[in-house]
Write a protein that binds this ligand. Structure first.
Ligand SMILES: Nc1ncnc2c1ncn2[C@@H]1O[C@H](COP(=O)(O)OP(=O)(O)OP(=O)(O)O)[C@@H](O)[C@H]1O
Ligand SMILES: O=P(O)(O)OC[C@H]1O[C@H](OP(=O)(O)OP(=O)(O)O)[C@H](O)[C@@H]1O
Length: 208
């Protein structure tokens, strides 16, 4: 049996992804859940996990150092990497939307848009025929309209709590997001049986 390397996102997605794999019948060491190790072996399954930042998962998979990975659709849309998207896992559900201060028009000349997702934001406003200036931030995006840095933000909304607590309102929903199972195209050919087996097991769980 070929060894499979899986790039797992640390952070928010990790717990749901781990649970999905365990429920799919994989015998995973507890160590992966509660240590600081970045590479963890599951010897009974001949699986090696790489624990990566969510935005980096498609990078590892595209370069083939991980055969498969789990990545948010937001990351896939933003990075546009050459990987196969095999399955919608249905976990870590949220969406990307525009938001801003209530009852405000955008600057009529060049509106400023703050975001962690410059490509998704550019594509969206281009689609509307709006010329905008994108201001790329790394987090706490909601601050931007509050302190006059931007007219709108493009960011993830899950419960809506962050927008509400900061007095912002949603304007347009851009796209629904869930996590996806992705694969390196060469690995997919060379380790087809193993990867297809993983897809089938996860599909049964994802469909529940
Ligand atoms: N409320 C949410 N906010 C952000 N991401 C969410 C949310 N709900 C689900 N997700 C998913 O989780 C992923 C981000 O996970 P996480 O917040 O752990 O990473 P991150 O923002 O890159 O974190 P870090 O702060 O470590 O840079 C997103 O790519 C998205 O698919
Ligand atoms: O709708 P909600 O349930 O409130 O979730 C949405 C918030 O969560 C994320 O931020 P995160 O916690 O990742 O912090 P960040 O600002 O550092 O990106 C996202 O960027 C929103 O700010």
């Amino acid at each position: 049996m070929d060894e499979l390397t899986i790039a797992m996102p640390k952070g928010r997605i990790f717990e749901e992804a781990y649970e999905l794999l365990v429920n799919a019948g994989y015998d995973l060491p507890k160590e992966i859940d509660d240590s600081r190790k970045l590479i963890v072996e599951a010897p009974n399954e001949k699986i090696r996990f790489i624990l990566a930042k969510p935005m980096d998962v498609p990078v590892y998979v595209e370069h083939g150092v991980a055969d498969v990975g789990i990545a948010g659709k937001d990351v896939m849309l933003e990075l546009d990497r050459s990987v196969h998207e095999l399955l919608d896992l249905g976990i870590s559900r949220c969406y990307i939307a525009t938001a801003g201060l209530p009852n405000t028009e955008m600057n009529p000349v060049t509106p400023r848009i703050a975001t962690k997702y410059p490509r998704i934001a550019s594509r969206f406003y281009r689609g509307l025929g709006e010329q905008v200036e994108i201001i790329e931030l790394n987090g706490s995006i909601e601050l931007a309209p509050m302190i006059g840095l931007a007219d709108r933000i493009v960011d993830i909304v899950s419960t809506g709590k962050t927008l509400k607590e900061n007095g912002l309102v949603e304007y347009e929903k851009i796209v629904d997001i869930t996590s996806r199972l992705i694969a390196n195209p060469v690995s997919y050919r060379l380790k087809q049986d193993r990867i297809q087996d993983l897809v089938e097991k996860l599909r049964k769980q994802a469909a529940r």
